[in-house]
Write a protein that binds this ligand. Sequence first.
Ligand code: ZN
Length: 118
Amino acid sequence: MQRFNHLTGSEERCGFILPDGSLVEVKNLAKDREKEFRMDPATVVEYEDKVWGSFHTHPNTTSNLSGDDFVAFTNYPSMHHVIIGTDGVSCYVVASSGVLLKDEAKNLPAWEAPQLSP
Ligand SMILES: [Zn+2]
């Protein structure tokens, strides 16, 4: 996905995707930034009701979600969660059955013209 192409480097980068599709990058406060990300909680509170979703990069692994990602995503079930990995971009949604990978064919238009789910 072209819109994520600038998110390079060996450390994970993270932020939010706004309803118009633009990105707001947030500083990664994790200790081991090559393997994880952590956003400032105050920033998350500021954005959580206004965004289409979150994004973060996996510079050294695939876009599969990690155990920490799973826990983090389930805390924000109203958001889409995009991971940019070495194999491409995956988008996850939180359902009652767990965290699901959105079908890519359905998913691509969703973040080209994202909408906040009700
Ligand atoms: Zn991750």
